[in-house]
Design a protein around this ligand. Structure first.
Ligand SMILES: Cc1cc2nc3c(=O)[nH]c(=O)nc-3n(C[C@H](O)[C@H](O)[C@H](O)COP(=O)(O)OP(=O)(O)OC[C@H]3O[C@@H](n4cnc5c(N)ncnc54)[C@H](O)[C@@H]3O)c2cc1C
Length: 406
């Protein structure tokens, strides 16, 4: 038995109910609580995106009646993270919407197979209202640092109140990082020389100006990731109506939506079908799986067909690596847009941006007045400290697995 005089609660009998011992010199102190009585715990969640919204539902179910407190700090003035912030043309989920809901419930009312940002926002905002997120979230509060104190066994979380421009520190036993690994809160312009000297309209996929019209403009899009794949087919016809990308336009009829809404069992079967169809593609992740081999071949063929108008692009655009090494995204209309007459694909590195265009390493210049450059964006970085050690740096060095903070 370890008996301590500092009042600390480390004895195996520390949970025994009863008054402090009076055995002579008041050597023993017991807490007035029963064995394994839950101690009060405070949880801070950073971010009220999809994960933060889900946290509230789970919190309410798991900790009802327990001495557990939850607060969510969210830097934006509303919830739903990704789908509040991203509004570039054709921004949408790139997995089927019926597989993009919380697992415990679906949304029978999705309008189409791949829904857009506004519809996604409205849906997840609706879930936040339904779960009572309001009660827990502090909007316009940005977490700027988390410091783990070994002695006290607590996180000290530094929060900036964006509405009053003040900063305060709160402690919590548990911090959940729900900042979103693709959250563009700290999106950055790419580090390209001369970017600021550009005199045309400069746009960024993570901060889209919806009032700007691309009609009749010469547009340079830098990057070819998931966002560009959605943006290009959308804006390309705007300045040359020659090509109308068909898009993944599968819509659900009113009667279909109503049937799902009124028949939860039928709807669940449909959701399971969508999920298991997606899960069947898991083998794609295995390099030598038959599915991988077959799909690589067929995907290359499809890509070549879509690039048929400009076969020289095949060399640059059709990957020679396995499927799954980069994000697989529907990209409907993307290759067709790149093959259109009014589009030039440049695969050389950018040397410089000047006031009226872009200069590439191979000495070419892409001139442009009034042009616009939507750019690839970079992720956020919240800094976590453990006794003055940067946890994000440690994670970067050794990977997130072996150094859990408890
Ligand atoms: C354009 C786009 C399309 C996507 N499409 C898909 C898809 O089809 N399928 C898929 O599975 N995933 C997709 N994703 C990934 C998407 O991010 C996740 O599906 C999902 O949104 C992650 O939810 P989250 O709650 O973890 O993060 P988010 O939705 O990003 O929410 C994070 C929240 O944390 C807040 N936050 C961040 N930093 C701080 C801070 N320091 N202090 C306080 N608050 C902070 C943000 O404001 C935000 O509200 C897409 C992402 C983007 C950007």
């Amino acid at each position: 038995m370890v008996a301590l005089t500092d009042g600390a609660d480390r004895s195996p009998f520390s949970g025994v109910r009863g008054p402090p011992s009076t055995n002579g010199n008041n050597k023993y102190h017991y807490k007035n609580q029963y064995l394994e009585q839950p101690r009060p715990v405070r949880i801070i969640v950073i971010g009220a995106g999809l994960s933060g919204i889900a946290a509230v539902k789970i919190f309410k179910e798991r900790f009802a009646g327990e001495p557990v407190e939850l607060v969510i700090y969210e830097k934006n003035n509303d919830v739903a993270g990704t789908w509040l912030e991203n509004r570039y043309p054709a921004c949408s989920c790139d997995v089927p919407a019926h597989a993009y809901t919380f697992s415990w419930e679906g949304n029978p009312l999705w309008s189409r197979a791949y829904v857009g940002a506004v519809e996604l926002f409205e849906y997840f905002k609706g879930r936040a209202v339904a779960y009572g997120v309001d009660e827990f979230v502090r909007l316009q509060h940005r977490v700027v640092g988390c410091d783990w104190d070994d002695q006290q066994g607590k996180w000290f979380v530094k929060v900036e109140d964006l509405s009053s421009n003040t900063t305060f520190v709160e402690s919590a036993e548990v911090v959940i990082n729900a900042c979103g690994f693709l959250n563009f809160s700290n999106w950055k312009w790419p580090n390209i020389a001369g970017l600021r000297s550009f005199e045309g309209h400069l746009a960024h996929s993570a901060r889209w100006d919806e009032s700007y019209s691309f009609k009749d403009k010469r547009v340079a899009i830098i990057g070819s990731g998931s966002s560009a794949i959605q943006i290009v087919p959308q804006i390309q016809p705007e300045f040359a109506a020659e090509l109308a990308p068909e898009g993944r336009e599968q819509s659900f009829s009113e009667s279909q939506k109503q049937e799902w809404a009124q028949n939860p069992e039928l709807f669940l079967q449909y959701r399971k079908k969508v999920d298991s169809t997606m899960n069947r593609f898991f083998d794609l992740q295995y390099k030598d799986a038959d599915l991988q081999k077959g799909s690589v071949q067929s995907t290359r063929e499809i890509m070549k067909q879509r690039l048929a108008k400009k076969p020289h692009l095949v060399q640059n655009l059709v990957p020679n690596f396995s499927l799954g090494c980069r994000r697989i995204t529907p990209g409907h209309g993307y290759l067709e847009a790149l093959s259109a007459d009014n589009v030039e694909v440049c695969t050389d590195e950018i040397l410089n941006i000047v006031k009226d265009g872009i200069e590439t390493m191979d000495g070419r210049k892409f001139p442009s007045t009034r042009s616009s450059a939507p750019l690839a964006s970079t992720p956020h970085s919240v800094r976590f400290f453990r006794s003055s050690v940067r946890l994000d740096e440690i994670f970067e060095m050794i990977g997130p697995v072996s150094r859990a903070v408890t």
